[in-house]
Design a protein around this ligand. Structure first.
Ligand SMILES: Cc1cc2nc3c(=O)[nH]c(=O)nc-3n(C[C@H](O)[C@H](O)[C@H](O)COP(=O)(O)O)c2cc1C
Length: 313
């Protein structure tokens, strides 16, 4: 059971170094960067804060998105040389209009010959650097085309197929179709590993997921934001709750990790994106959260949270 991979999913706007580190510390076996555009990376380099990777969050997979084969290849070489992630990943699942209009993300599922070329090239480059290559994708752009997509990726030499079993058109509506992860695991058996993503909310779900799908790994996305200790629950095989102070201590730890590479102004902005997630189900949220989110400085932010915590005692 423990050999199964329980990873932090890529979450744009959240899975930067500090949160990846916190997730690893709590028990995630693997972390993922958010999608990074090959174009942006070539234009701006790797000095941006969201490209920062510390040793504590490894093993880590670096996710690229793009459309142009040469640019993606160049970006991959840069990342593999400078950051040395434990694996490279191509995004073929993002349904955001601004990504789709570049021809990248889930738009690649509508152009399988291109997907094949990109996957083959990135696969060869990754193997040249001694790391494995994965593609994270959906069932299709508008319709379920899993079998065709899987055949394309397997032919291209992809090592890990990472499926979020909804179509791009579906966005996050409906339920993730775990039975399609099982279908993929059967198709890929002996050729590639299969990881699944979608709708894990608690420890019980993890057991059901692995039982039903036979996947080698799972990625936890939204639940990692509101229940980050789900990784510890998996590791301990024990469900438990965290009270307000427990959640606050996670937020403080996140801030400590942010302080390694972010300015104070940025830290406050980022903490304000995490606080509503970490404290999602806490009492008096409607009363205190809006005040805390208006905080102009650190002192007000933390004092407000302490006051809220006292009220919840
Ligand atoms: C806010 C947000 C940002 C996301 N960003 C990315 C991303 O950068 N790359 C990616 O492959 N998937 C991204 N996803 C998809 C997740 O990795 C995951 O596949 C999806 O949320 C389903 O898993 P869940 O039900 O555990 O959240 C994002 C999802 C959310 C909610």
């Amino acid at each position: 059971m423990s050999k199964r991979i329980v990873a932090l999913a890529p979450l744009a706007g959240f899975t930067e170094s500090a949160f990846r580190r916190l997730s690893r510390e709590l028990g995630a076996n693997l972390t993922w960067t958010e999608l990074v555009s090959a174009d942006a990376l070539l234009a701006k380099g790797l000095d941006l804060p969201n490209s920062y990777v510390s040793a504590a969050e490894r093993p880590i997979r670096f996710q690229l998105h793009g459309y142009d084969e040469k640019k993606l290849a160049k970006a991959a070489e840069l990342v593999l040389t400078k950051i040395r992630p434990d694996g490279l990943d191509l995004n073929a699942g993002c349904p955001a209009p601004k990504v789709l209009k570049t021809g990248g993300g889930a738009a690649l599922l509508g152009d399988l010959p291109r997907l094949f070329r990109l996957a083959r090239t990135l696969s060869e480059i990754s193997h040249g650097f001694g790391v494995d290559f994965s593609v994270k994708f959906r069932l299709g752009l508008k319709e379920d085309q899993l079998e065709k997509i899987a055949e394309t990726l397997l032919k291209a030499g992809v090592d890990i197929l990472v499926l979020h079993p909804r179509t791009a058109k579906q966005g996050f509506s409906g339920k993730a179709r775990w039975e399609r992860i099982k279908d993929l695991a059967i198709l890929a058996k002996g050729k590639a590993q299969v990881y699944g993503s979608g709708d894990i909310t608690c420890l019980k779900d993890l057991g059901i997921f692995f039982g039903e799908t036979k996947a080698q790994g799972v990625l936890i996305g939204r639940a990692a934001l509101t229940r980050t200790w789900i990784f510890a629950e998996w590791k301990l095989a024990q469900e438990f709750e965290l009270n307000f102070y427990g959640r606050l201590s996670l937020l403080r730890k996140l801030d400590f990790y942010l302080s390694e590479y972010r300015s104070q102004e940025e830290r406050l902005r980022i903490l304000k994106t995490f606080a509503p997630k970490f404290l999602k189900s806490m009492p008096y949220k409607r009363k205190f959260l809006p005040l805390i989110l208006k905080a102009k400085d650190f002192e007000f932010f933390w004092k407000g949270l302490e006051y809220w915590a006292e009220t919840c005692r």
